[in-house]
Design a protein around this ligand. Structure first.
Ligand code: 13P
Length: 250
């Protein structure tokens, strides 16, 4: 059984103090959450303050990125070891904004996935096609290349040790959610690919999240799909009421 996973990707929003007040507000709204795993990915500067609050709850911490070396002369970078010390369980890797603005290509993503697995962090590997690629009928080709190349960096010991997030680039921050059927088509394809690459048992255990304008009014129908095991939520995770509703999808 794959336990649903809902992840808040705050991107570059919330200072450390704003993050703490937000999480306190959120905790007041969500109540019992035993049937779903919830992770918060604040900016690096808020990891420590959020970590302290989450340590007393069932929610877990995620980072939005990292470098692949454990330490060294890499000005401005953050290592997996540093994230582990703050009790991060997950790290988002290969997000399309990293690929688009910061030069993270398939090679860098593979190195990061390998380093995360080695250091005991669970990668949330983001994949997805642009609008142009979709219109050219290249969705499966792009997604397959991104998944295969990322796993060249390392394979998880268990299916539960890896999370994939399918985030069609055209759906991110645009208000255009993929229809549940269109998302399921890609998720089913990714499932088949994972079963091929990791073996059927492991491939079936990997959680595949959907991301791209997930809102309270779209989450229920997405989560009803067979291979949609959770959501990676941007904008709607910055509003406590909306994010609490998403966590309690029906
Ligand atoms: P939005 O939910 O704002 O579209 O962002 C999705 C995303 O990029 C999550 O990683």
């Amino acid at each position: 059984m794959r336990k649903p996973l809902i992840v808040a990707n705050w991107k570059m929003h919330n200072t450390a103090s704003e993050a703490s007040s937000f999480v306190e507000e959120l905790l007041g709204k969500i109540g019992e959450i035993s049937s779903v795993e919830v992770a918060i990915a604040p900016p690096f500067t808020a990891l420590e303050s959020v970590s302290k609050i989450l340590s007393k709850t069932d929610l877990v911490l995620a980072a939005q990125n990292m470098y692949w070396e454990p330490e060294g002369a890499f000005t401005g970078e953050i290592s997996p070891v540093m994230l582990r010390e703050l009790d991060c369980r997950f790290v988002i890797l290969g997000h399309s904004e990293r690929r688009q603005y910061f030069g993270d290509g398939d090679g860098e993503v593979a190195l990061k996935v390998g380093a995360a697995l080695t250091e005991g962090l669970m990668p949330i590997l983001c994949v997805g096609e642009t609008l142009g690629e979709r219109e050219q009928g290249k969705t499966f080709e792009i997604v397959e290349r991104q998944v295969r190349s990322a796993l060249d960096g390392g394979m998880p010991d268990s299916g539960g040790g890896l999370v994939i997030a399918y985030e069609p680039v055209w759906a991110i921050g645009t208000g255009k959610t993929a229809t549940p059927e269109a998302a399921q088509e890609v998720h089913g394809f990714i499932r088949g690919l994972l079963e091929n690459l990791l073996g059927e048992g492991l491939g079936d255990e990997v959680r595949i999240l959907y991301g791209g304008s997930v809102k309270p009014d779209s989450v229920d129908s997405l989560m009803a799909m067979q291979d949609i095991d959770g959501a990676l939520v941007g904008g709607a995770s910055l509003d406590a009421e909306s994010f609490a509703r998403i966590i309690h999808f029906k």
